[in-house]
Design a protein around this ligand. Structure first.
Ligand code: G3H
Ligand code: 13P
Ligand code: NA
Ligand code: ZN
Length: 330
């Protein structure tokens, strides 16, 4: 059944677990997420980014998720719009049937320029007012996602789009978070604690200096009833990195957010954990491996290799449902 983010996160808070929120772009990712959820009885959050809408088209994403809900009627599913750059984009998503939207007012509409606190408050309040009138949940973001190691923020490469920022922008402020939640009434708050989007998060396994679980704990202590969201929370599995590089790939050595650190976050208010890169890596690794194997040189049925990629992604999903404690709660 389609449920709102709020319903699911309230349940997660009540029972002290967290939920992975997987980005979806195609049928195989949706199959993997649902097969894993079905096998371990986990509720599901699927989210579509601007990039996903551009790639697949909004009607395809919406109908694929609707198909998942029809095929697995016993599993609660949130259809969430990830990183809405403006109220207009969020309103479009609500109109098309999403049960949850993210108004990302941490950046201006260009998704490149850091915004003022007042701008963020203003656009978030606007979206909350409309969304809550029709039972849709709202996630907001305070602080800009980026690397505390390099000071760089932006998309995919932990740098490019936004550029160099200082720590006060890259770490969500505790009192500002309290003020923001009180004034906007958001259902969930994404915070900046040193994670960034894409594979290049950390040059070595992260210490407390570059991944501030400390700040997360301070925010939770101040806002014990607010559902916190961790973005950029792929773990960048070293085994998939190796398979990619052993089969013709060339991804630089890099580290993600360790699953144990996320689990620690879940003990301190984290209820939604955004994951995209890990599924991309599993899919890429499994396809590279397939195409470099001698015994597959004559194969040309996409169902064969995409089926293997689905199984690879399913492995990631199952591991996250189990580690975050959502398994068993569908
Ligand atoms: O928000 C970041 C997600 O990884 C989505 O990325 O815009 O390339 O689909 P995307
Ligand atoms: P990753 O790039 O770490 O998978 O993060 C995804 C994300 O935060 C989507 O909003
Ligand atoms: Na989101
Ligand atoms: Zn994100």
């Amino acid at each position: 059944a389609l449920v709102s983010l709020r319903q699911l996160l309230d349940h997660a808070a009540e029972h002290s677990y967290g939920l992975p929120a997987f980005n979806v772009n195609n049928l195989e990712q949706i199959h993997a997420i649902m097969q894993a959820a079905d096998a371990c009885d986990s509720p599901v959050i699927m989210q579509a980014s601007a990039g996903a809408r551009k790639y697949a088209g909004e009607p395809f994403l919406r109908h694929l998720i609707a198909a998942a809900i029809e095929a697995y009627p016993h599993i609660p599913v949130v259809m969430h719009q990830d990183h809405g750059p403006s109220p207009a984009v969020c309103i479009q998503a609500m109109r098309s049937g999403f049960s949850s939207v993210m108004m990302d007012g941490s950046l201006m509409e260009d998704a490149k320029t850091p915004s003022s606190y007042e701008y963020n408050l203003d656009v978030t309040k606007k979206v909350v007012e409309i969304a809550h009138a029709i039972g849709v949940s709202v996630e907001a973001e305070l602080g800009v996602l980026g690397s505390l190691e390099s000071g760089l923020a932006g998309e995919e490469d932990g740098g490019g789009a936004v550029g160099k920022l200082d720590h006060s922008q890259l770490l969500t402020g505790v009192e500002e978070a309290a003020d923001f939640v009180a004034k906007t009434g958001v259902d969930a708050l994404a915070i900046a604690i040193g994670t960034s989007h894409g594979a290049y998060k950390f040059t070595q396994p992260p210490t407390g200096e570059v991944l501030s679980i400390k700040r997360l704990k301070e925010i939770h202590a101040r806002l014990p009833n607010t559902h916190l969201v961790m973005h950029g929370s792929s773990s960048v599995p070293q085994e998939w990195l190796k398979i990619i590089n052993q089969n013709g790939g060339d991804i630089h050595q890099t580290y993600g957010v360790p699953v144990e650190e996320i689990v620690e976050g879940i003990k301190h208010g984290v209820r939604k954990v955004n994951i995209d890169t890990d599924l991309r890596m599993a899919m890429t690794g499994s396809l590279r491996q397939f195409f470099s194997q001698e015994q597959h040189k004559a194969d040309f049925d996409p169902r064969k290799y995409l089926g293997l990629a689905t199984t690879a992604m399913q492995g990631i999903c199952t591991a996250r449902y189990e580690a975050f404690g959502s398994a068993g709660w569908a």
